[in-house]
Ligand binder design. Structure first.
Ligand code: SF4
Length: 543
């Protein structure tokens, strides 16, 4: 049995994590904490996408946050109105540092605004539909946007405002503005994952396919599940452009309404974050015949691999050669920094607890620095994100997942056009190409590492205390409690104030940032001198 660096066996670490829980809670959590004993074809099972046990301080966000904050938050020319109390809108307002480029003449950018109906007590009692109508009208009068999206928060679902009826009415009234709504009340699912699904459904239903105009570019792809945090999307776009690949639409970093509306014009969907967007990839394939592949632009080697995969799909010699030229041009600078940094980072350890795919993707960057990920997990993933898509047929449909609509999609009678013939697909598969495929996080992690789903505040601190990683990566809620334990903490939802970390230049930024964090002496001074060596002592007078 493998042991951790402090000599504890992984089973002992797991027991320690569970020791303080009441028996029923410990039994439930035990199923979400897995010691990775994955060996090739054999992957152990983990419980995921289940409700957080009440009383536990989870790292998760709500369904509304997943819909409005994650998926629609990064898009710049849709007016996103939160129907609810002001706190929900404020909470989801650009906290992920999504960047956008609205420098083109006439480009609109509403991302800097926080639109909310600011519901008050009387709206909860008498209903908020009139207030919502007035807010939509006001936004239309001021901005004349292409589209207005409405997001339901918890109280809206509880009082039963019909946001979809309001959206239909206003869309008909304006005539030149697409108005649609999302029933993404915070309580709707077990985490923000439900919000991603609801967002994907409504964007597909109301926007995708709205613009049939032909798009320029020879090798047209959609990049799905890339949110342009800290400028990641800009770096990926730079590389794609250099290779001669056209990014037709990103879902949804640096995106526009028109990109969503034209998504059916691409010839390949490249999926970054599997969890948040695989629904759109599947629906685009069924309705329009566009195949999808999993890619990863986090990590220099992964970026090169993903570019080669895209070039192989199109199969054009000039593209394949151009991709090789770009990789050869970009890699030397990356390798030089990696070699330098590695002298100081080799052998150090990391823990990653983020999102649906980041806890997986970032392991590649750490590996390039000679660092090992000793524990990782997702906030809101499903089993297929851990174990691979082959488990999808085994996934149980429970009351929570049944709560989220599954769109029934069929081939479009006029616009369905398979991008590859069955023979071409077969040939690519015979050459090792995998469509609609994702192996998940678990097979890529070392034996004896700990995979923890929906890690909470208590377990995070306990893990750090037991395993003392050199760096811990999660979100803002964990940042300061971890740093107080003397361990550097890097936010991988918002990147603190850093980034981009995607692509080749992003890898260089990340190496330098992690080198600075794990080798800083400041973490050794987290205890004040008088806490470690008290100079004064005292006794009660009666002692
Ligand atoms: S849980 Fe409900 S009240 Fe809280 S932010 Fe989400 S939608 Fe708003």
């Amino acid at each position: 049995m493998a042991t951790t660096k402090n000599g504890l066996a992984p089973t002992e670490v797991k027991e320690e994590l569970l020791r303080k829980y009441p028996p029923k809670v410990a039994r439930k959590r035990a199923k979400q904490i897995m010691i990775n004993e994955a060996q090739q074809a054999e992957t152990p099972e983990i419980t995921a996408n289940v409700r957080t046990i009440p009383g536990i301080i989870t790292m998760r966000g709500c369904t509304y946050a997943g819909c409005k904050g994650v998926i629609l938050g990064p898009t710049r020319d849709i007016v996103n109105i939160t129907h609810g109390p002001i706190g929900c809108g404020f909470y989801s307002w650009l906290t992920r540092r999504n960047q956008t480029d609205a420098s083109a003449p006439g480009a609109e950018n509403y991302m800097t605004y926080c639109f909310s109906t600011d519901m008050q007590d009387q709206d909860i009692i008498f209903g908020g539909e009139k207030k919502l109508e007035a807010a939509i009208e006001e936004a239309y009068e001021i901005f004349h946007p292409k589209a207005i999206a409405i997001f339901a928060t918890c109280p809206v679902g509880l009082i039963g405002d019909d946001i979809h009826a309001v959206a239909r009415k206003m869309k008909a009234k304006f005539g030149d503005c697409n108005v649609f709504a999302f029933s993404c009340e915070g309580y709707k699912g077990v985490s923000q994952s439900a919000g991603h699904h609801i967002a994907n459904n409504q964007i597909f239903r109301h926007v995708v396919g709205e613009n049939d105009a032909d798009k320029p570019g020879e090798y047209r792809i959609n990049l799905l599940g890339e949110y342009n945090i800290g400028g990641d999307g800009f770096e990926i776009d730079r590389i794609l452009k250099k290779c001669g690949i056209t990014n037709n639409a990103t879902f949804s970093g640096n995106s526009t309404y028109d990109q969503f509306a034209s998504a059916h014009k691409a010839d390949l969907n490249a999926v970054m974050c599997h969890r948040s967007i695989n629904y759109v990839a599947d629906m685009l394939e069924t309705k329009y015949g566009i195949p999808w592949i999993k890619v990863n632009f986090i990590g220099a080697a992964s970026t090169a691999k993903s570019l080669r995969k895209i070039a192989q799909y199109f199969g054009d010699r000039s593209l394949i050669d151009r991709v090789e030229e770009v990789i050869a041009e970009e890699m030397p600078a990356v390798e030089a920094v990696a070699a330098d940094v590695r002298t100081r980072t080799e052998g150090k350890t990391a823990m990653l607890f983020v999102g649906g795919s980041r806890a997986h993707h970032y392991q590649d960057l750490f590996a390039e620095m000679g660092m090992q990920t000793i524990s990782a997990g997702y906030e809101f993933a499903h089993r297929d994100d851990y174990e691979g898509r082959h488990v999808i047929p085994e996934l149980k449909v429970d009351a929570d997942s049944r709560n989220i609509e599954e769109l029934e999609v069929e081939a479009d009678p006029t616009r369905f056009a398979p991008r590859k013939s069955p023979e071409e697909l077969k040939k690519l598969e015979e050459a090792g190409f995998k469509f609609k495929h994702y192996d998940g996080l678990v097979p890529d992690m070392d034996k004896g590492t700990l995979v923890v789903d929906d890690l909470n505040q208590y377990e995070a601190e306990k893990l750090v205390e037991l395993l003392r990683p050199d760096i811990f990566c999660a979100g803002i809620k964990e940042k300061f409690s971890i740093q107080k334990l003397g361990i550097p903490m890097k936010q991988l939802h918002s990147y603190d104030s850093g980034g981009p970390y995607a692509g080749f230049q992003g890898a260089v930024n990340f190496y330098k940032e992690i080198d600075r964090l794990v080798n800083s002496k400041v973490w050794g001074y987290m205890k004040a001198p008088w806490q470690e060596h008290p100079e004064l002592s005292a006794a009660y007078v009666w002692e």
